[in-house]
Design a protein. Structure first.
Length: 235
């Protein structure tokens, strides 16, 4: 019994103060690094949004390609609830169908997300007009259907925001608690969902988003926070 209590004691005790201080310092540097990546992504995205469509340097270039094929399938996640609109549910999973057009232009190929109407109409051999920014496809026009795609500088901001929030939370834990038992407690796993929500909301705050997406992201984040609070209260 004594040996068991001893093994548990290190887990329940605070880390030594120098180690906690080092952890807080590393967390601060991590948040600073993430902030630099977020700022760089924002600046690059703003440059893209202001770039004219032309063939010079710093422009959104145009290219003509050919549709070589199309494909569809389902992305599935575990879910204990029934399927929602636009999804198919069953056997504890929720699946969302995706549609893609395979496009080729001189020296390059890409698999681009399209909506179901475009997928139904597009055929191999169709002409595809592309807009390209720094080697990335940011626009597709095929059979009268126009699609836009965010550059990687924009889509990468959300994950950096989420990572920064997790690092910051770890630093706060080191400063306030420092007990491994508190860091690895079951309710804290909900912070992963909070971090996703923060990244989602932060990205939309910087670049804009549809009101329905805003509402869903707020509900997602709020539910995750309330789950954490409720889990700690019940525990």
């Amino acid at each position: 019994m004594k040996s068991t209590g001893y093994r548990r004691s290190w887990y329940e005790r605070r880390l030594p103060l120098p180690l906690r201080g080092l952890l807080v310092l590393v967390a601060g540097l991590g948040v600073l690094f993430c902030g630099q990546q977020i700022l760089e992504g924002y600046r690059t995205t703003m440059v893209y949004r202001d770039a004219p469509v032309c063939e010079g340097q710093g422009c959104v270039r145009t290219a003509v390609g050919t549709v070589t094929g199309r494909k569809t399938g389902e992305h599935c996640t575990s879910d204990t609830s029934g399927g929602a609109a636009g999804t198919t549910g069953g056997g504890g999973t929720t699946c969302t169908r995706y549609y893609r057009a395979e496009v080729e232009w001189p020296g390059r190929t890409a698999s681009l997300s399209v909506d179901s109407d475009t997928y139904d109409e597009v055929r191999a051999g169709d002409r595809a007009e592309l807009r390209i920014w720094r080697g990335e496809v940011v626009g597709l026009l095929v059979r009268g259907h126009n699609h836009s795609y965010p550059p990687s500088s924009q889509s990468g901001v959300g994950p950096w925001l989420a990572l920064a929030s997790l690092i910051l939370a770890t630093g706060v834990w080191g400063a306030v608690s420092g007990r491994p038992s508190r860091l690895l407690a079951f309710p804290n796993f909900g912070w992963l969902f909070v971090a996703i929500g923060i990244g989602w909301l932060g990205s939309m705050a910087l670049f804009g988003g549809h009101v329905l997406v805003w509402a869903f992201a707020i509900l997602w984040t709020g539910f995750a926070v309330f789950w954490i609070v409720g889990a700690w209260r019940d525990g």
